[in-house]
Ligand binder design. Structure first.
Ligand code: GLY
Length: 373
């Protein structure tokens, strides 16, 4: 089966994203020409190792690529200084050379940690992303943001380090728990809301098929998201401007994630779903966006079963005690703060997102209160 590919065009480092059903079984032959010698290290987590690793290993063997495999614990806690140090030490023990490349095989946690280690191992080696969650396939595996968490916050330590290749096999989504798939779907919707209303309307019709596991529809959606992301990254690799639009819903979402201590009470994509509704509600409150557009966003996310407010009683988030004041305080620690001002991503309608540093904190607090009531 042929795969479709998109090129991320950068001045110093262009690379391809291949997307198709069953790609994992051909990974070895696609990776082989990129390697300086037929040797690599796969870094993955326990869940991916259980469900998908044999396919990747078999495909590397078929292409005569020697490899070691490092399996890390699954979960956000793996993006830590301790795991980074241990991983770098293992790569040194395996005598990985500067011109070798390593493989990040997993979701966002593995991609971010492995990418960061690749960026500093012997001053930087190449790496290949093989994302296995919807969230990493449509967003985090593309664009070169890498990093780990600090006890002071998420992704506060990191680097920009572009992968040499991204291989996305939609069949890896089959073993993903539904809540994880839904969480990734929030990032899919994000691309429609930023600048592609037609894609949003397509999702209103086809979104349920993505969640039901239709590989053709999943492939189309992932290609659309990767095309959009590749264009943004090509224009603004290091996030000096337009790339910040990809943070739609994230300032609100990160405040919620911080308040639940980055626990399973709220997955990242769920926080983004609630955050995107808040960004539209804030835009309506500021007189910038028609209320119907905000309602359309909320309706679609609710129909697909994503949370849109903190008080949703059938979701673990409702068990966490929060206040609007504490949530507002978290927004003041956002990475995107400049001169003490937080830049919010607002919208003047569906598919019309823009950046605004001129948001009254009282309005933000009001929106948090709305989501809590
Ligand atoms: N996830 C947002 C970005 O890559 O810029």
């Amino acid at each position: 089966m042929s795969s479709q590919h998109i090129t991320v065009s950068l001045k110093d480092h262009s690379y391809d994203i291949h997307v198709s059903d069953g790609l994992l079984d051909r990974a070895g032959v696609i990776i082989s020409p990129l390697l300086n010698r037929p040797r690599t290290v796969i870094i993955t987590d326990e869940n991916v190792a259980r469900h998908q690793l044999p396919r990747l290993e078999k495909s590397l063997q078929k292409a005569n690529i020697a490899f070691d495999t490092i399996v890390l614990p699954a979960g956000e806690a793996t993006k830590s200084f301790a795991q980074m140090e241990a991983l770098l030490d293992q790569l040194l023990r395996l005598r990985l050379e500067r011109r070798d490349k390593i493989i990040a095989f997993g979701g966002g946690v593995i991609g971010d940690l492995v990418g960061f280690c690749a960026s500093i191992y012997q001053r930087g080696i190449g790496f290949i992303q093989i994302p296995t969650t919807l969230l990493s396939q449509v967003d985090s595996s593309v664009g070169g943001k890498t990093g780990i968490n600090s006890p002071r916050g998420k992704n506060l330590i990191g680097s920009f380090h572009q992968p040499d290749l991204v291989l996305t096999d939609v069949s890896t989504l089959d073993s993903l728990p539904k809540r994880q798939l839904l969480s990734g779907y929030a990032e899919v919707v994000k691309y429609g809301l930023i600048n592609d209303p037609e894609f949003f309307h397509w999702l209103e019709i086809n979104g349920p098929e993505i969640i039901a596991g239709n590989h053709n529809v999943q492939t189309d959606a992932i290609l659309s998201c990767c095309r959009a992301k590749a264009a943004v990254v090509a224009e603004d690799e290091k996030e000096h401007g337009a790339r910040a639009l990809l943070n739609l819903g994230h300032t609100f979402g990160h405040a919620l994630e911080a308040e639940v201590g980055y626990s399973d009470h709220l997955f990242h994509g769920e926080a983004v779903a609630i955050g995107m509704v808040m960004a539209f509600d804030l835009s309506v409150k500021m007189g910038l966006c028609p209320a119907e557009d905000a309602n359309q966003v909320r309706d679609h996310l609710e129909k697909i079963s994503l949370p849109t407010r903190i008080s949703r009683s059938d979701h673990p988030i409702s068990q966490v005690d929060m206040t609007a004041d504490r949530l507002l305080d978290h927004t003041r620690h956002d990475k995107k703060i400049a001169d003490g001002r937080v830049t919010f991503v607002l919208a003047s309608g569906l598919g019309r997102a823009f950046l605004s540093p001129d948001v009254d904190p009282e309005d933000v607090k009001h929106i948090f209160q709305l989501a809590l009531d």
